[in-house]
Design a protein around this ligand. Structure first.
Ligand SMILES: Nc1ncnc2c1ncn2[C@@H]1O[C@H](COP(=O)(O)OP(=O)(O)OP(=O)(O)O)[C@@H](O)[C@H]1O
Length: 820
C-alpha cells in the first residue's frame, strides 16, 4: 500500500492564515449553519475574539470533527458544483470513489490554500506552507481491491453441502454396532441426545475397544474426537467392573480400586470441558469416579481428591508432573490408558519435557508392579497411548516418537489412514468442515472499525438469525478496546458527559456486568488488564430496538476464575451474544450454537485460522465464517482460504463481500433510500461518534493507542510463509490508526509499558516531508517508533511469544499473544 494520500490531522500554524471558505448551494439554513461553524473554527484557529478558546488552537479532534460536521451540514438535495471546486482527487480507487458532489464538498471545506492544490496520481503531495489537510475522510484515498466477486456467487452460496463432521446416517451405524454396551448406548441416546456416531467415532471406537495398540487419532474440528477416545475407555472400565463382580474380587470398580486412565490437555479450559463430558458419560456408571488436577485451585484440595481415589484423571501436564513428584497418594501403576489431547498444541506450548517425564514415570511404576499379582482381573498388560490432533505437523510426529509405539493411524476416511505423521509437512491434511460457509470481506484500513460494527449490527438485527458469534482479534489490548467501544453509548450529548465522569471516577459504566465487584477501581483496571473484572455487558451499539445483544471478552490476561466464568456464561447465554477473543478461544472449545466466526484480525498461521473457524459448523451443524482482509497483498490470502476445503480443487467458491455492501446492509435499515450514498453519511457519523468517545477520556485514548500499537506489533508475527500476505511494510499505519478511533498521527505516541524504538526526529509523516522509496518505509517505521530492522525484531518477538506462552501456561495464565 502506498503512503500517499495519507490525510491526517496536522496542527494549524499559529499565524492562522486560513482563508474562509465560500458556501454555495443547499438551503439558506444549511449555508448559515455551515458558515457559522466555519467562522467559529476560523476564529478559534486564528485566535480572534469570538473564538471561545481565544488564542488557543482547537484540538485536532475538534477541528476534524468540525470539518466533517460542517461538510455534512452543507449537503443538500440540490447541490451546485462551482467550477473552482473541481479538484482532482489522487489515488481514489476501488469501491469508494467519491462522487463529484462529495469531492466538491470536501474541497469546499478544506482550507482554501489546500483546496487549490491539484494532485495527479503518482505525484508527491504538494502543500503550500501552512495550508494543510485537516480531515481524514473515510471514503477517500482508500487502496484499490484486486479481487472480484465470483460470477455465480449467490447460487453457489445457497447450494446444500453434505456436512463432513456430522453423525452418520446409515441404520447400520449405531453405537451398539461398534461394540458399546446397551446401557452405555442407551445413556448416549436418552441422556445425551446422541443417536449415532460420527465417522471418527466409528473408526476410533471399533479400534480401541478391541485392541490395545497405540493410536493416533486425527480428524477435523467439531467431529467429536473427545467422545471418540472417552467412550472406549469408559466401555473398557465398565467391562473391568463386570469382571471384578464375576470373580468376586470386589463389588465393582470403585474410586479406590485404582487410577486406570489419564487424559492430558494443554489448557485448563479444555481440561474442564473434557471433564464435563466425562462426568455426563459416567452418570450411567456412577461407581466410576473422574477428577481433575489442572491448577487454579489450592494444591491441597487436589491432593485430597487424589487421596480419596479416582479412576480417570483429566490433567494439564505441568500440574500432573508436580503431583507425580510431590503427592504420594497418586499411584499410577494401574494406568492403562493415556490420552494426549490437542497434541499439536501440547507441543507448541512446550510441554515436551513434561510429557516425557510423565511417560517415564508411568513406565517405571508399571514395571515396578508388574510382578505383583494383579488384583484386577482383565486389566490389560500394556498401556495404550492415544494421541489426538487435528494437524499432522512435524512436532506432532515428535510427540508420536516420544509417546507412541507401533501406533495405528485412525482417521474418519479409512482411505487416508495410511498416511503417517510427518508425511504432509504443509499441514494440508487439515481442512475446514465442508458445510462451513466461508467468505472474506475486503475492507480498507480506515473503514475497518465501522465495517465491523456494521457487519455485527446486520448479523444481530433479526433475533435468532445469529445467536452466538465470535470475533477473533490479534491481541488482548485490542479485545479490551473493542469491548469498551461496543459496550458504550456512542452518541454525543447528555450521556457523553456522564460517561466521562464515570470513567474518571473509576466507575465502570457497563450496565450488566457479571463480575462487577472487586476492590480495585476502574482506573486500576485500565492500567492492569489482569485486574479486569467486567467481561460481559449489553452492547448498546449492536442491540436493535427489539432485543439486546450481550458482548463478552476473553483473553489470556484475565484471571483464570474470570475466564472460566465468562466462557461458561457465554456458552449458557440464551440471548444473542458476541464474544470478542484472542486465540485463547480458538482451540478445542466447544460452545453450542456458534453461528458466526469473524476473523477481524487474520490468524498468525493457517492452522490457527482453521481452529478458529472450527468453533462453528460443529457436529454437522451449519456455520458461517468471514475473514477481514485489506486491499492489496492481504487479498492473496484468498488462495489459502480456498485450500481450507478438501474439495478446493473443484474450484470451491469462497464468497467475497465489499465494505460498501456491508456498510449499506448494516447501517441503512429503513426501506428505500433516495440518496445512494446515505451509507457514507451514516458511516461517517458512526466513525465520528467513536472518535468522540475515545477523545472523551484520557484512559480511553490511552487504551486506543495501546490497542493500535499492540495490533501493529502483533501483525509482524505472522508465520514466515504467510508474511507475503501480511507484510508489515505494506501496512498503512496512518489509515489504520483511524480504525482505532485515533485522529492523531502515530508518531510520538507514548504508551506506558511499551518500549520505544528508533527515530523520532521528525514530526511530519514521510509523505508530507517529501520522502519516498526505501526512505519512506524507514520513515514510516520511525513514525510508529518501530525498530529499524522490523524483520529481525519480528523474529525476536515470535521467539519471545513462544517463551512467554510457555511461561504463562505453566503459571496458568495467558496463552496467547498479549502485547504490552
Ligand atoms: N455422535 C454425535 N452426535 C451428535 N453430536 C456429537 C456427537 N459426538 C459429539 N458430538 C458433539 O459435537 C461437538 C464437538 O465435539 P468435540 O468437542 O469432541 O469435537 P472435536 O473433534 O474435539 O473438535 P475440536 O477439534 O474443535 O476440538 C460437541 O458439542 C459434541 O457434543
Amino acid at each position: 500500500m502506498a503512503d500517499d494520500g495519507m490525510l491526517l490531522n496536522f496542527s494549524i500554524p499559529d499565524s492562522g492564515i486560513l482563508n474562509k471558505p465560500v458556501f454555495k448551494g443547499g438551503t439558506w439554513r444549511d449555508r448559515r449553519t455551515a458558515k457559522k461553524a466555519a467562522d467559529n473554527w476560523h476564529n478559534k484557529a486564528s485566535g480572534r475574539p469570538g473564538g471561545a478558546a481565544g488564542p488557543k488552537q482547537p484540538s485536532s479532534a475538534n477541528r476534524t470533527e468540525l470539518g466533517e460536521r460542517t461538510r455534512r451540514a452543507s449537503r443538500s438535495p440540490v447541490h451546485e458544483e462551482p467550477a473552482e471546486r473541481q479538484v482532482k482527487r489522487p489515488r481514489v480507487s476501488g469501491e469508494f470513489r467519491p462522487s463529484a458532489r462529495q469531492q466538491a464538498e470536501e474541497a469546499d471545506f478544506r482550507p482554501q490554500s489546500e483546496a487549490n492544490v491539484t494532485k495527479k496520481p503518482g505525484e508527491k503531495q504538494s502543500m503550500s506552507k501552512g495550508g494543510r489537510q485537516i480531515v481524514s475522510s473515510l471514503f477517500s484515498y482508500n487502496p484499490a481491491s484486486t479481487t472480484k466477486p465470483a460470477a455465480n456467487a449467490e447460487v453457489e452460496d445457497d447450494a446444500p453441502i453434505e456436512p463432513s463432521n456430522a453423525p452418520l446416517t446409515s441404520d447400520l451405524d449405531t453405537f451398539t454396532s461398534l461394540g458399546l454396551s446397551t446401557p452405555l448406548a442407551a445413556h448416549l441416546l436418552n441422556k445425551m441426545d446422541l443417536k449415532a456416531p460420527t465417522a471418527i467415532q466409528k473408526a476410533a471406537i471399533s479400534q480401541l475397544i478391541k485392541d490395545d495398540s497405540d493410536a493416533f487419532v486425527q480428524a477435523e474440528t467439531g467431529s467429536g474426537k473427545t467422545l471418540a477416545y472417552l467412550l472406549p475407555i469408559v466401555q473398557r472400565l465398565m467391562e473391568l467392573s463386570t469382571n471384578m463382580k464375576k470373580s468376586k474380587v470386589d463389588e465393582a470398580v470403585q474410586r479406590n480400586s485404582g487410577l486406570f486412565a489419564i487424559i492430558l490437555a494443554p489448557t485448563r479450559e479444555l481440561s474442564k470441558q473434557i471433564a464435563t463430558v466425562l462426568e455426563n458419560l459416567l452418570r450411567c456408571a456412577h461407581w466410576l469416579v473422574a477428577g481433575t488436577v489442572i491448577g487454579g485451585e489450592k494444591k491441597k484440595s487436589e491432593k485430597a481428591r487424589l487421596r480419596k481415589g479416582l479412576n480417570i484423571l483429566v490433567a494439564t501436564p505441568g500440574r500432573l508432573v508436580d503431583h507425580l513428584e510431590h503427592t504420594e497418594a497418586l499411584d499410577v501403576s494401574n494406568v492403562r490408558w493415556l490420552v494426549l489431547d490437542e497434541g499439536d498444541r501440547l507441543m507448541e506450548l512446550g510441554f515436551e519435557q513434561e510429557i516425557q517425564k510423565i511417560i517415564g514415570n508411568l513406565n517405571n511404576r508399571m514395571k515396578a508392579k508388574k510382578d505383583e499379582a494383579s488384583q484386577i482381573p482383565g486389566l490389560p498388560n500394556r498401556r495404550t497411548t492415544v494421541l489426538c490432533s487435528a494437524t499432522m505437523k512435524m512436532d506432532v510426529e515428535r510427540l508420536g516418537q516420544i509417546s507412541l509405539k507401533d501406533a495405528v493411524h485412525i482417521r474418519p476416511d479409512p482411505a487416508a489412514a495410511d498416511e503417517k505423521p510427518g508425511d504432509n509437512q504443509d499441514g494440508r491434511t487439515f481442512f475446514a468442515p465442508a458445510q462451513l460457509k466461508q467468505s472474506y470481506a475486503v475492507v480498507a484500513p480506515k473503514l475497518r472499525l465501522v465495517t465491523l460494527i456494521s457487519f455485527l449490527k446486520r448479523s444481530f438485527a433479526r433475533k435468532g438469525s445469529v445467536m452466538k458469534a465470535i470475533v477473533f482479534l490479534s491481541c488482548a489490548d485490542s479485545v479490551d478496546f473493542h469491548f469498551d467501544i461496543l459496550t458504550s453509548e456512542l452518541e454525543g450529548g447528555a450521556h457523553r458527559t456522564k460517561e466521562v465522569k464515570e470513567v474518571e471516577e473509576g466507575e465502570n459504566k457497563q450496565p450488566d456486568a457479571i463480575f462487577p465487584k472487586s476492590s480495585k477501581s476502574g482506573k486500576a483496571q485500565q492500567s492492569d488488564p489482569t485486574k479486569l473484572t467486567i467481561t460481559r455487558a449489553v452492547s448498546s451499539v449492536l442491540s436493535p430496538k427489539t432485543h439486546s445483544v450481550r458482548t463478552y471478552r476473553l483473553h489470556g490476561s484475565l484471571q483464570q476464575s474470570i475466564r472460566t466464568a465468562t466462557l461458561s456464561q457465554y456458552a449458557k447465554d440464551s440471548e444473542p451474544a458476541l464474544l470478542l477473543a484472542t486465540d485463547v478461544a480458538s482451540r478445542g472449545l466447544d460452545v453450542p450454537n456458534v453461528d458466526l466466526v469473524i476473523e477481524f484480525d487474520p490468524a498468525f498461521a493457517r492452522e490457527d485460522h482453521l481452529h478458529r473457524i472450527g468453533r462453528t459448523a460443529r457436529a454437522g451443524r451449519d456455520g458461517r465464517a468471514c475473514i477481514f482482509l485489506m486491499p492489496g497483498c492481504e487479498e492473496g490470502y484468498v488462495d489459502v482460504l480456498k485450500s481450507d476445503r478438501k474439495d478446493s480443487e473443484a474450484g470451491v467458491h469462497i464468497a467475497r463481500q465489499g465494505a460498501e455492501e456491508i456498510l449499506k446492509k448494516g447501517l441503512i435499515t429503513s426501506g428505500v433510500q433516495k440518496d445512494k450514498n446515505a451509507y457514507m453519511d451514516k458511516a461517517t457519523d458512526l466513525q465520528l461518534a467513536v472518535e468522540r468517545w475515545a477523545l472523551a477520556s484520557p484512559a480511553r485514548l490511552e487504551s486506543a493507542r495501546r490497542a493500535y500499537q499492540s495490533h501493529v506489533r502483533a501483525y509482524a508475527t505472522h508465520v514466515a510463509p504467510e508474511r507475503k500476505y501480511f507484510d508489515i511494510k505494506q501496512l498503512h499505519l496512518g489509515h489504520l490508526a483511524k480504525a482505532f478511533a485515533l485522529r492523531e498521527r502515530p508518531s510520538g505516541m507514548k504508551v506506558p509499558g511499551l518500549r520505544t524504538g528508533a527515530g523520532r526526529e521528525s514530526k511530519a509523516p514521510a509523505k508530507v516531508r517529501g520522502i519516498s522509496g526505501p526512505d519512506q518505509a524507514k520513515s514510516r517505521k520511525a513514525d510508529l517508533e518501530l525498530p529499524e530492522d522490523i524483520e529481525a525484531e519480528a523474529a525476536k518477538m515470535r521467539k519471545a511469544v513462544r517463551a512467554r506462552e510457555k511461561f504463562m501456561r505453566h503459571s496458568g495464565m495467558a496463552d496467547e499473544f498479549n502485547l504490552g
